[in-house]
Design a protein around this ligand. Sequence first.
Ligand SMILES: *Cc1c(COP(=O)(O)O)cnc(C)c1O
Length: 384
Amino acid sequence: MTEHVSIPSQPMPFIDLDAQSRRIGDKIEAGIKRVLAHGRFIMGPEVGMLEDDLGVFCGAQHVVSCANGTDALGLVLMAKGVKAGDAVLCPTFTFAATAEVIAWVGATPIFVDVDSDTFNMNPASLEEGIATAKRLGLAPVGVIPVDLFGLPADYHDIEPICRAHGLWMLCDAAQSFGGSYRGKKVGSIGTASCTSFFPAKPLGCYGDGGAIFTNDEELAGVLRSLRVHGQGSDKYDNVRIGLNARLDTIQAAVLIEKLKILADEITARNVAAQAYNKLLAEVVSVPQISKDCVSAWAQYTIRIEDGRRDQVAQSMKADGIPTAIYYPKPLHQQTAYKHYPVAGSRLAVAEKISHEVLSLPMHPYLTLDVQKRIAESVVRSLSR
Ligand SMILES: *Cc1c(COP(=O)(O)O)cnc(C)c1O
């Protein structure tokens, strides 16, 4: 007689890290065990190996791993000597870390509006922001475009603006590593690019982690020094004020294994995004991706207009479908940031879409059946 064990149905995950773990969990555990065996937990050999692998993957000449994506951005601003009186332009519709690091070094973030189709920095608003900085007597020094939800920013239009005004361009690629823009891999664009290995990002570790990519050898050298207390030629030679911002060896070991399947996972995310677009394009605003971009699809985000977003999210929750709102409030409306200047007079698009965006479950292991269930719930929730 066979006994049937019924497995209780698990709630649907927003990001299915268990599925990835079933695929390569044994390899990751073997990597972690190797680190436990050699015991070099700080700057062990896996750190350099990962940096080499990341450079090969994205085509950047120099890769500097670090403790998290926020430190990655902050280290570049420190290396660039950004200071009080300087202005750095960034989109208002992003995670707080993008602007936080500008304030860390005493400079002024100037918030720029976004495009409602791509959710990314609007180049016309960037131009306005540069003018705003000058009008306020600040010196614009750089721009931090964000590849929101995994889609590379509009670099074709943003880069010439930076060049014309003599500004560096630091790409916040925390959500987009694995994507590409007009044949260039994310990580090979701009003065430098930064990513995050926070567990929920497209390439995530089992804790905090981050990396900086650049083709500027001098900048890379300064970054390597800054991540270890501004170290000079040896450990007790300190040539600048730095941070303790190293990536743990154990996290590097995890990432070495995860990077091996990243390209395949990005393909799977793109298949899932296209399936969502087919299922949903007639009922809601779906993300628009131009043909020369590959998004890493950190999020798949629809827009629900007419003030109905929160009701739809509630109704989907009742159907057992998890959703998330990235981001309910643009940074220029946040308590910590609302005293900073904005480009022009208002950031109307970001203010509007923050009430419309709704992110659906997205990960490389979504099946079409599950996506159909999710899409049916969207349709049903809209008609409730
Ligand atoms: C996650 C994220 C960061 C910060 O990365 P951490 O590793 O969490 O410090 C910065 N910018 C954006 C756009 C992010 O999504």
